[in-house]
Design a protein. Structure first.
Length: 297
């Protein structure tokens, strides 16, 4: 099986093309591939399967712990680059490619560099989901912009948004010193988030820029989170703190988010391929439980 290593703003993935739908992406295989000592090492695996419902390709995404994810903003940009650079899924007459995800179909447009390869991708992430029950989040007041969550006697105030996957967003004075590793995992698994959640820590720079760190569900802190950037911008916009177009600085790079109340969220950012190769068939057989090549001769 061939693989490609790629990243979107340093959020890295193993990409497996399986357009003939031959190799299911199991939790065991995802965990093994993402292991940074015994595997290739990544935040997640993106298996490209056949599309349905109007999409050309389905993005089958698993986190590093093997859990499935409804949507991944950085991942869908990586998928778009992979497909377009190899002419595996041509753009339509509008220059748009439809990619299926568990969070719905995402239209993407690409911008090529001087070498003709995709350098940046813009994704229509769809409208944010703001009703707490649909995030899902168990709210005391479903109409509130901010919600209080108790953590061992400490009260944490956050906003909740879904961008196809659930997010909690906290505002902090200094993102560099934010308690990401302490609060992140405890909020991710808090009972008020029945499906767990990604937790963003956002520092307001001005009305058009924020700094952000994200503790991702099933992974831990990552260098960037595309859906997290969208959720943070929407959450702060609802409080009157941000303009319609915002630059989001993450540890792994910069994303641009555009959103007008009542509309969809547009995310733009880079996609980069690092290396390609072939998985050792004996290693793959040991993980998947299939016969080794020698056993089939």
């Amino acid at each position: 099986m061939d693989y490609t290593l790629a990243h979107g703003t340093a959020n890295d993935f193993v990409v497996l093309a399986d357009l003939d739908d031959r190799q299911p992406l199991s939790a065991e295989l995802a965990r093994a591939l993402c292991d940074r000592r015994r595997g290739l090492g990544a935040d997640g695996v993106l298996r490209l399967g056949p599309g349905d419902g109007g999409s050309r390709v389905f993005m089958d995404h698993r986190n590093a712990d093997g859990s499935t994810a409804e949507m991944c903003g950085n991942g869908v940009r990586v998928v778009a680059k992979y497909l377009v650079d190899r002419d595996l899924a041509p753009l339509d007459e509008r220059g748009v490619l439809l990619i299926g995800t568990r969070g719905g179909i995402k239209p993407v447009t690409v911008h090529r560099g001087p070498d003709g390869l995709v350098q940046e991708v813009a994704v229509d992430m769809g409208p944010p989901v703001l009703a707490p029950a649909e995030v899902p989040f168990e709210a005391d007041d479903p109409d509130a912009l901010l919600h209080e969550v108790e953590l061992d006697g400490t009260t944490v105030t956050l906003s909740v948004v879904s961008m196809g996957n659930p997010h909690g967003v906290l505002t902090v004075d200094d993102v560099a010193t934010a308690s990401v590793e302490d609060l992140g995992p405890r909020l991710e698994t808090h009972r008020r988030f029945p499906a767990k959640a990604n937790i963003g820590f956002a520092e307001l720079v001005d009305h058009s820029r924020i700094r952000l760190r994200v503790w991702e569900r099933g992974v831990g802190e990552t260098a960037a989170c595309g859906t997290g950037a969208c959720a943070a911008v929407v959450a702060l916009q609802r409080r009157g703190l941000l303009d319609d177009e915002v630059v989001v600085d993450l540890p792994g790079g910069t994303l641009r988010i555009a959103h007008v109340t009542g509309g969809t969220v547009m995310m733009s950012g880079p996609a980069v391929e690092i290396a390609s190769g072939r998985l050792d068939p004996h290693w793959l057989a040991a993980i998947t439980g299939t016969p080794t090549p020698s056993a089939t001769r």
